[in-house]
Design a protein around this ligand. Structure first.
Ligand code: 4AD
Length: 482
């Protein structure tokens, strides 16, 4: 019987060893325990030595008391197994600590060359060392918050009777119509012989046809909502946009929901809002110490903002109202936009930031944009009349303070003829999209959905300013390092 199994625990453990969090929570005082982890700090003193060991299961790790001979074998970064007795701590930082008996070094670490030192590291430095940063407090806290957010979304959608579906990574179309897709080319294609990948004949790409990495699972989620009514999917998506900003990645994760049998944009906003507020509440309930870390070191207003997001209804305004707000701000010289706001033009990120951060200081849904600013699948507002050149579409962008756009969603055009016309206008080949049109040809239903940019959501929840810092292995324009 393994040493650490000697005490009984609240949950049934399959693996022979426990996490540090589990030991601190469940092991009785003065019981024998075993922990594993990486040494964060070592203090060698004459009387008594201390090491801090963390296994990534929580922010604090555990303080270990050892003798000089044991401590001398340890440096920051060393991986260890330690066996000993869990005792009450006299220190102020913790209530329990480990009095070590056996210390086994599993992997040595050269303290001279190990990039992570005892001191506090800046975010830029950690990004440069992204393969090691999850061993630092902020890096591992982000991962625990991501994990809690995923669990929160699954919990919410399950409660709302949604079915979790899996949409493909390889697609034959560009969902958003922005042309920002990566093309898939096998290494065995004759690009190496003569031409560049871009000029390859389609026959050499994906078994005879052109295929892309998905930019959004939406169109496939529509297939599934047209049969299962309420679906959601969570997966990686890829965008070849050349945006060097703190909000853009080339590979990011999207949570997308698609619902049949709703015929009003306001119901979609209700669902979007409820999902975000409920997941933020779930994170507040389960990630207290991790959030406290970001509140202390990244943004002192973080916790207050998250509580207010969870508690207070989001603001709702139309695109037309939003443009009027921006114009008034410009006229009153409250702000000086580089791009003057104008009805009919896209909202720039400076406009989005003004609306969410300055004007509302709270998440705000901007709805009903002019159709020409948006993709072909969005439903034209009937009240505007189908031939109205100023027709708007039943869509929304959710803008949040500090980030800007977090969610894009819309009612989908379910009327066959109206959709076909919009597709022709967008220059799409209707033959290629025959399967998509079939969904309207056979038993069409009013439906809508939305996509939440998961990294932007995590940036909002942690207060970190750059989405490159909230994903384990960030990929952005020109960067795919490991
Ligand atoms: O607004 P987008 O382009 O919407 C869609 O793709 C819809 N088909 C989703 C749907 O209705 N099912 O993207 C959705 C969200 C954005 O609001 C933003 O948060 C995020 O995805 N996003 C990005 N996040 C990181 N890096 C990028 N390059 C992003 N592009 C969009």
């Amino acid at each position: 019987l393994h040493f650490s199994r000697l005490y009984t625990t609240a949950s049934r453990q399959i693996l022979p060893s426990q996490t540090i969090t589990h030991v601190l929570k469940h092991a009785p005082l003065n019981s024998p325990v075993t922990i594993h982890g990486w040494v964060r700090t070592v203090r060698v003193q004459k009387e008594v030595c201390f090491a801090h060991v963390n296994d990534g299961s929580n922010v604090t790790g555990i303080q270990v008391i050892l003798n000089e001979e044991q401590a001398k074998r340890l440096t920051t970064g060393t991986s260890v197994r330690m066996e000993g007795i869990l005792v009450a701590s006299l220190g102020e930082e913790q209530t329990r600590e480990l009095q070590a008996r056996e210390v086994a070094v599993l992997g040595k670490c050269n303290g001279e060359t190990y990039p992570l030192q005892k001191k506090h590291h800046g975010i830029e430095f950690l990004r440069e060392n992204a393969h090691l940063r999850t061993r630092a407090n902020s890096g591992s806290a982000v991962m625990r918050i991501r994990s809690a957010a995923v669990a929160g979304f699954h919990k919410f959608f399950e409660e709302q009777e949604f079915i979790n579906v899996h949409t493909p990574i390889l697609t034959s179309h560009d969902c958003e119509g922005g042309g920002e897709v990566f093309k898939v080319t096998p290494v065995s294609a004759p690009s190496v012989l003569s031409s560049s990948a871009a000029s390859l004949p389609a026959t050499f790409e994906f078994f005879g046809r052109t295929v892309y990495l998905t930019v959004s699972g939406q169109l496939h989620a529509e297939i599934l909502a047209s049969a299962l009514s309420r679906v959601y999917t969570f997966g990686p998506v890829f965008r070849a946009e050349s945006s060097h900003t703190s909000r853009h990645l080339a590979e990011f994760w999207m949570l997308e929901a698609e619902v049949a049998f709703i015929d009003s944009l306001s119901h979609l906003l209700d669902l979007t809002e409820a999902s975000i507020r409920s997941v933020i509440q779930h994170i507040l309930d389960t990630c207290g110490p991790d959030l406290a870390l970001f509140n202390k070191f990244t943004d002192p207003t973080l916790l207050a903002r998250l509580r207010s997001t969870a508690d207070k209804p989001f603001v709702r305004m139309t695109y037309t109202e939003a443009v009027a707000v921006l114009e008034r701000a410009q006229q009153a010289a409250k702000t000086n936009f580089a791009f003057p706001p104008r009805w009919g033009s896209a909202l720039q990120s400076e406009h989005e930031r003004y609306l969410s951060t300055n004007h509302c200081a709270h998440p705000v849904f901007v709805t009903d944009y002019p159709g020409w600013l948006k993709p072909f699948y969005m439903r034209t507002n009937t009240s505007d009349g189908p031939d109205n050149p100023h027709a708007t579409v039943a869509c929304t962008d959710l803008l949040v303070p500090g980030i800007g756009e977090l969610v894009g969603g819309s009612m989908r055009e379910e009327r066959f003829e109206v959709l076909a016309d919009r597709m022709r206008e967008a220059g799409l080949d209707l033959e290629e999209y025959a399967w998509y049109l079939d969904l309207r040809r056979y038993g069409t239903v009013p439906h809508g959905g939305f996509g939440i940019g998961f990294e932007r959501f995590i940036a909002y929840v942690t207060g970190l300013e750059n989405v490159r810092d909230v994903v384990a292995c960030p990929r952005w324009v020109g960067s795919c390092r490991f």
